[in-house]
Design a protein. Structure first.
Length: 229
């Protein structure tokens, strides 16, 4: 297990005179701000321009703290966008990620508001994409899908609405899932095979009313499961 990386310590606001503003070597879109001859903090170059920072400016601790907050928000937005680049995320996933990076609550709220405004973050869209992907690639029963969405932080009503609107054919999904599993485990012991398939489908969120007819179709009815005359 990889050790958890500790958040980078936040710079301490420091009053003084700006003595240098230079582009950073590894990221020319950021500048390094020196105060009284020593590096104090970095800023996005565009933020430094918008704040009209100039060499020779005197800044107090309050102004320095405000500049650090600007940089912290910019870094948090960049981290969130990088996190979203791999796949869509729910709001809770983004919040958890930024919290792990040591971002304070106010910064996290700022990032969430920005991402939502840019339409990068929408739990309803995320839920639909998640369910559509599961249906296409890893079929699950409705119960399992709803549990997955809830674990992602999706509100119960949003999860239910998404599943109600989805093209979800549980019987077909259970049948395909059972067929794939059956090819792996074989049919040597019919009783054991039926039990293992039933357990496998149940773990994937398929209810008994779906599992039983699928197993009857693939394996044939058993004396125990056959209707009583």
């Amino acid at each position: 297990m990889r050790p958890r990386r500790e958040p980078t310590p936040r710079p301490v606001p420091r009053a003084g005179r700006i003595t240098d503003i230079v582009p950073q070597r590894n990221d020319p879109e950021r500048v390094s701000i020196s105060i009284d001859g020593a590096f104090a903090f970095g800023l996005p170059a565009i933020a430094a321009a918008e704040e009209r920072l100039r060499v020779g400016d005197e800044i107090d601790a309050e102004r320095a703290a405000a500049l650090l907050a600007i940089d912290e928000r910019a870094r948090a937005v960049s981290a969130a966008l990088a996190f979203l680049a791999y796949r869509p995320r729910s709001e809770r996933e983004v919040r958890d990620r930024l919290r792990q990076k040591g971002c304070p609550p106010a910064t996290i709220d700022y990032v969430i508001e920005k991402l939502a405004g840019w339409r990068y973050l929408d739990d309803a869209d995320f839920a639909k994409l998640w369910v559509d992907n599961r249906i296409a690639n890893q079929p699950r029963g409705r119960r399992a899908l709803e549990q997955e969405l809830r674990r992602k932080g999706i509100a119960a009503e949003t999860a239910r609405d998404t599943l109600d609107a989805a093209d979800l054919d549980e019987r077909a999904a259970a049948r395909e899932t059972a067929r794939k599993r059956l090819r792996q485990i074989g049919r040597a012991d019919p009783t054991a095979t039926r039990r293992r398939l039933a357990d496998y489908l149940a773990r994937r969120g398929f209810g008994y009313d779906t599992v039983r007819p699928v197993l009857d179709e693939l394996l044939g009815e058993t004396d125990d499961d056959a209707p009583v005359e």
